[in-house]
Ligand binder design. Structure first.
Ligand code: RB5
Length: 170
């Protein structure tokens, strides 16, 4: 999100968002919040309160982030736990489940989180908006955190090539 001086100009950040039925109401509110701030959103469902399985939506959003088709992702289920479990299986996705502005800030400064998971049954709309605002406005600090994230990247690469080898043995 841009600074308040350019509040009316379009943000260059694209966010894919999704929820299951338990996160639907909060997703709708946060989509409005993002749109008001000129952030481009790609809403991948749910589109109502009928029950949907959270992995189905999490996969769609996480895939967009993993492929670099959007800069960030936002996923909401009842607790945010299921969404973060699924999202973190995608290469390059660093999903953070945040319940307060502090964890939102640190998830950006230290972890360079590119996907925010929220619990729609745990937090109210005001707090959720505050968490999202902090998360969008906080920059990654780099430095020693960069080294730590590289280790996650190396682990991902190693595990990916092992998986390919074992599939090849079929
Ligand atoms: C749905 O009842 C609930 O299990 C889901 O929204 C989520 O909390 C899973 O982690």
């Amino acid at each position: 999100m841009r600074s308040s001086s350019s509040k009316n100009s379009k943000s260059d950040m694209r966010i894919a968002l999704g929820s299951d039925h338990a996160g639907f109401e909060l997703k709708e509110d946060l989509r409005a919040f993002l749109t008001e701030r000129q952030v481009e959103v790609l809403d991948l469902g749910a589109f109502g309160e009928a029950p949907v399985d959270y992995p189905d939506v999490a996969m769609k959003v996480a895939e967009k982030v993993s492929r670099g088709e959007v800069e960030r992702g936002l996923l909401i289920c009842g607790t945010g736990i299921g969404m973060s479990i699924v999202a973190n299986r995608f290469a390059g996705v660093r999903a953070a489940l945040c319940h307060d502005p502090y964890t939102a800030r640190i998830s950006r400064e230290h972890n360079n989180a590119n996907l925010l998971a929220l619990g729609g049954r745990l937090i109210g709309k005001g707090l959720a908006r505050e968490i999202l605002k902090v998360w969008l406005e906080t920059e990654f600090q780099g430095g020693r955190h960069e080294r730590r994230l590289s280790k996650i990247g190396e682990l991902e690469a190693k595990r990916g090539s092992r998986k390919k080898q074992s599939m090849g043995r079929g």
